[in-house]
Design a protein around this ligand. Structure first.
Ligand SMILES: O=C(O)C(=O)[C@@H](O)CO
Ligand SMILES: [Mg+2]
Length: 262
């Protein structure tokens, strides 16, 4: 059964962050995800979730100076201390907010030592993060990002990323299958959904190439949802797109997956 979640870092962005929870609830979402809640105390965010009857499916660990282009630390030998601190903070928030999964970003590795050094530090960091997360009963999510939008990011393709994850030997680290990035870098979406069944723990969606609503662009989301259904994937897929206009006005495609207003 297809389930969706509102990504509050990209939807309803005409409202301040905390007010986006109310907008998502009113629009009929029962689940949300977002990147960085860290400017707000946990209890304040929790109140917004609870008063709208919302579950939280994913947060990102702090990823550094986002506006300056930083995208996390896991593969950056020069950022070991920042990595550990970011995972600790994310675990505190995920635990307090009842969120089962943390997206840990790998970082832009241009400017770091050679690839082998980055891979070695990524592996050490992720094993440590996985063990910290496992003690709290949490999953870690690892997402390749397309190199058109995020040049120099450590991981850009699904298969090599899965090989890295398998090398960790940690059961609570899984792929994040963002259909938008995957279509740009790898394609063959339907077969890939089937072949990687069981390897991804979180899914995100958007139209390609413009990253708008999934009802535009080169992908057929009816077929993609059916493929995820066949694999028995039942997690809420994050709607991680830039709405063409007001978020609510572009939710026609989502009507079958939203709650009807009380
Ligand atoms: O951009 C995406 O896609 C994400 O999922 C973010 O968490 C990180 O870039
Ligand atoms: Mg994504």
């Amino acid at each position: 059964m297809t389930r969706i979640a509102a990504n509050l870092s990209m939807l309803f962005t005409d409202a301040p962050f905390l007010d986006r929870f109310d907008r998502a609830g009113a629009a009929g979402f029962d689940t949300v995800e977002f990147l960085f809640p860290y400017d707000h105390p946990i209890d304040v965010v929790k109140t917004r979730l609870d008063r709208n009857g919302l579950r939280l499916s994913l947060i990102n660990a702090p990823a550094g100076d986002w506006t300056a282009g930083e995208r996390g630390f896991a593969a950056r030998p020069s950022k070991r201390a920042e990595f550990r601190a970011s995972v600790e903070q994310a675990i505190t928030y995920a635990t307090g907010l009842g969120c089962p999964r943390i997206h840990v970003m790998s970082g832009i590795t241009a400017g770091e030592p050679d690839r082998a050094a980055c891979e070695a530090v990524w592996t050490e960091n992720l094993r440590e993060a996985a063990d910290m997360a496992a003690s709290a009963g949490l999953f870690i999510s690892i997402e390749p990002l397309n190199s058109r939008d995020v040049p120099g990011y450590f991981i850009a393709h699904q298969d090599p990323t899965l090989a890295l994850i398998q090398g960790l030997d940690r059961r609570n680290v899984m792929l994040q299958f963002d259909v938008y990035h995957t279509q740009i870098m790898d394609g063959d979406i339907i077969r890939r959904i089937e072949r990687l069944k069981g390897a991804y723990g979180h899914v995100q969606i958007a139209g390609v190439p413009d990253r708008h609503e999934p009802d535009t662009g080169e992908l057929n989301y009816a077929e993609i949802f059916a493929a995820f259904d066949r694999t028995r994937f039942d997690g809420p897929m994050g709607c991680e797109y830039n709405p063409r206009g007001r978020t609510e006005d572009g939710l026609g495609w989502a009507a079958p997956y939203l709650r009807t207003p009380a």
